[in-house]
Design a protein around this ligand. Structure first.
Ligand code: MIG
Length: 812
């Protein structure tokens, strides 16, 4: 029987229920200056607050039907500076607010916004903001023919996001990731609007509800849109890309220095099923001398998927197993999901219920969702007490010697129609309750924050490592990200490059995909090509799904095993270089691996180049990402480049065709490079004779420098100054070369037993080096200091005692 519902007005498609109604701010009638570098603009239909955070950054907050409330999300860590000098002038049509570097012009009738730089060039033009009937707010800004877009965190597609549209809504996407997917696990509502030859800027839309960024619908404008809450964004002036990233990470924080072991090669599988299997994997790595720092435990380690438990049949003595692994130099990283199994006999569930720690509806009903353990409750991490409790629970692991935790399913993923928690769950949020709909994208962030802070307390001065699948802006302060359930497809290998690079541009340098692919079956060829590239990604883990072909480096025969070893060894050899890049990221936010765009923003050929990337600024990686392929074209930007394997010299700003059989990854070093390396370790903390090696690539005819960072690699002592920053400088002139080794900071007693510096491709063969005697190559072995000319390679090799004070060498 049908009821009147059949003729519900919203079901009747012939009748559109009137036009979509939306309002603008209207005319600005009055404005007030706030106490701290801000202005409130009162319009006909709403108010706008501009708060100046620093001379390059302001916050734009629009209130239509909300009261003015300038609280921010926890993504923003720097509270507004109190002393930004602003200067306000008003005339009939406009209000202008100047800082030292920008002028923000508000047009009054009707309201619109434009930002100019000191030279009077327009940086950003915002004709309109509108609130729709649904409450959604759209903000439109203009773009031009030279506009390109980067950032947006973890997204499919190519590097340049012009012509794309994305939704920020943390989603568990098991389907093969394709360009149509507007939302994945992580949401970083941050974009860089890069304009060729014009000043660039960034926008950080701080709204953890659903937001949309559309660079597709318009030719002359793009928009971003919120679904809930107020419109709250930060305008971040560059003009340079690196400055935008610096300022964005100033707002949302930078990655703390990870322990060195977290930078090693990691091995994972869904799942290593029991103690014997885990120990066997560990043994095999050491037997085969393939360096490895960590083994992961996926969901089968738990008792019926209950977090903070071990299955007693599979892992009868986890403490002993972990001790044994630690002794072999392996760290163990177990998975921890947010869902807590509904089971009145399970202490974690009981505690959570008794203390009211789980997410609830407004009416008080517990939110229960189906995940691995069956019906489960979800901690409300928005509440400080709950976060503290969750952090504290990790003592269960840390007591066993665990120093790293893997957070999965924390979008949160739920096996229901919406794939996540109900939108009408009300998070208590420390006295400022908000619906899940409004805070969704923060759930994973807050879980990893709670985890990180718990570990920090428990690790007795060791640095925690947290890996997360979901996240929001600022997640870099707590966790590394892996990019979820990709597949063993060549297309996914190729796609992982721009995905990783854009995550890096979005503040999350420490990230990477499942190397070899998670679902589907890797071939040896795919695996080894992916690994060759993956060893240069900041986060380097091989992970694969249950029922897929095994993916440890020795599963594809001897050739693949040997090539894999060689490339993993290269990662470990270059560890001092990589570690120093990580350190730089902790200071500037500038990512470890970079699109060429970041270093060559004046070169239009690199604006969407994403099948090659830079490690730091002087190493260029151009992976082969097609099956049975031995040739590829590589673009070398401006400058002089050397093939790493053959030493062949190329003049940049052009394409070359590279021959790269399976064992060869096309790898190029730029003249001027200063690369620090050490002998291969099997794991980061292996105690071997520590010889620091530095390779200097000449031929740049100019200056270059590198800051080498050293500390103990594991403790937080570096924060108290127990570290070294060594500035290595190369200055190449027509007939004299100067190389210096100077301490910018000296706090760590490094244990290097010797220092070996190799100068390659020098413009002339020096006859004399100040302060060091020439010997022949064979003598070099026996002397404590000396230099020699290697006739086979034309290299100059210099051996020095460990340098405790700075030194400068003049070569003639
Ligand atoms: O697929 O814990 O992305 O890395 O191995 C369901 C099992 C749940 C998803 C993660 C994947 C992990 C898997 N998890």
């Amino acid at each position: 029987m049908q009821s009147s519902e059949m003729i519900h007005p919203e079901k009747n498609s012939n009748h559109k229920g009137g036009e979509m109604i939306s309002v603008s701010i209207g005319e600005i009638n009055t404005f007030e200056q706030m106490e701290h570098s801000g202005v409130i603009l009162h319009g006909e239909y709403g108010s706008v607050v501009l708060t100046f955070i620093n001379p390059h950054v302001f916050r734009f907050t629009a209130f239509f039907d909300h009261d003015i409330n300038l609280q921010t999300t926890t993504a923003v860590q720097n509270s507004p500076a109190k002393d930004v000098k602003i200067n306000i002038t008003e005339d009939e049509d406009s209000i202008r607010i100047h800082t030292e570097f920008i002028e923000t012009k508000v047009t009054k009738k009707p309201f619109s916004l434009a930002v100019y730089n000191r030279e009077g060039n327009i940086i950003c033009e915002q004709p309109d903001i509108k609130q729709h009937q649904s409450g959604a707010i759209t903000c439109t800004q203009t773009m031009g023919p030279s506009s390109h877009f980067y950032g947006f965190g973890e997204k499919t597609g190519f590097l340049d996001k012009r012509g794309e549209r994305y939704t920020m809504w943390n989603s568990d996407v098991y389907d093969p990731h394709v360009p149509d997917m507007e939302a994945l696990y992580v949401s970083i509502p941050f974009l860089i609007h890069f304009k060729e030859k014009e000043p660039s800027y960034g926008i950080f839309l701080d709204n953890p509800g659903k937001t949309v960024f559309d660079m597709r619908s318009g030719e002359e404008s793009f928009y971003f849109q919120t679904e809930t809450g107020v419109l709250d964004y930060y305008f971040i002036y560059g003009p340079e890309l690196k400055e935008i990233i610096y300022r964005y990470t100033d707002l949302t924080g930078r990655m703390p220095l990870p322990p060195k072991w977290a930078l090693g090669y990691h091995q994972s599988r869904y799942s290593y099923m029991n103690e014997e299997e885990v120990l066997d994997i560990a043994r095999t790595f050491r037997e085969k001398k393939i360096p490895c720092d960590a083994i992961y435990l996926d969901i089968h380690y738990m008792e019926g998927y209950r977090v903070f438990t071990f299955d007693r049949a599979r892992f009868p003595n986890p403490k002993k197993m972990i001790r044994e692994l630690n002794q072999k130099g392996f760290k163990v990283v177990p998975i921890v999901d947010p869902g807590v199994k509904k089971d009145p006999e399970y202490s974690v569930y009981r505690e959570g219920i008794e203390n009211g720690y789980f997410c609830k509806k407004l009416e008080g009903d517990l939110f229960l969702g189906e995940v691995w353990p069956g019906e489960s409750a979800f901690p409300d991490f928005t509440e400080k007490d709950v976060a503290d409790w969750w952090g504290e629970k990790h003592r269960y692991y840390t007591k066993m010697g665990i120093e790293g935790i893997w957070n999965d399913m924390n979008e949160p993923a739920v096996f229901n129609e919406s794939k996540t928690m109900d939108g009408d769950v009300v998070h208590t949020n420390n006295g400022n309750p908000k619906t899940h709909r409004a805070l969704h994208n923060l759930y994973g962030f807050l879980m990893s924050k709670a985890t990180y802070e718990g570990l920090e307390k428990q690790l007795k001065g060791h640095r925690p490592f947290v890996l997360t699948r979901a996240g929001y802006s600022g997640i870099q302060r707590y966790a590394a990200i892996w990019t979820g359930d990709n597949r063993s497809y060549w297309e996914h290998m190729a796609m992982s490059i721009p995905m990783t690079l854009n995550l890096g541009l979005s503040g999350v340098a420490f990230n990477g995909p499942d190397i070899g692919g998670f679902e589907h079956h890797a071939s040896g060829g795919l695996f080894v090509r992916w690994l060759q590239m993956g060893v240069f990604f900041p986060y380097c883990r091989n992970h694969s799904a249950i029922n897929t072909r095994r993916q440890e480096p020795w599963q594809f025969g001897e050739e693949v095993e040997n090539i894999s070893r060689k490339y993993i060894e290269l990662r470990y050899r270059w560890m001092p270089y990589l570690y120093s890049l990580f350190y730089q990221t902790t200071q500037t936010g500038v990512p470890v691996i970079r699109p060429l765009l970041l270093e060559y923003p004046q070169d239009p050929r690199v604006y969407n180049l994403c099948d090659q990337f830079l490690v730091g600024s002087h190493i260029l990686v151009a992976p082969i990402y097609r099956p049975d392929t031995e040739y590829r074209s590589v673009y070398l930007p401006e400058g002089v480049w050397y093939d790493y394997w053959t030493g062949q010299r190329y003049q940049g700003e052009g394409h070359i065709l590279v021959h790269a059989p399976l064992e060869k990854l096309p790898l190029f070093i730029k003249a001027g490079a200063i690369i620090a390396e050490e002998p291969v370790r099997q794991y980061a903390e292996e105690n071997i004779e520590p010889i620091l090696k530095i390779e200097v690539y000449g031929g740049a005819k100019g200056n270059s420098s590198f800051k080498l960072y050293q500390d103990d690699g594991i403790s937080t002592e570096y924060q108290k100054g127990i570290h070294n920053i060594i500035r290595l400088d190369l200055d190449e002139k027509e007939n004299e070369i100067t190389f210096s080794y100077l301490f910018e900071h000296q706090g760590y007693k490094e244990t290097d037993s010797a220092l070996l510096i190799t100068f390659k491709h020098l413009p002339f063969i020096p006859q004399h080096i100040s302060g060091v005697n020439q010997v022949n190559l064979t003598q070099l072995h026996d002397v404590t200091e000396g230099w020699a000319f290697d006739e086979n390679t034309n290299d100059i090799v210099m051996k020095l005692k460990p340098v405790h004070d700075g030194r400068t060498f003049f070569m003639k």
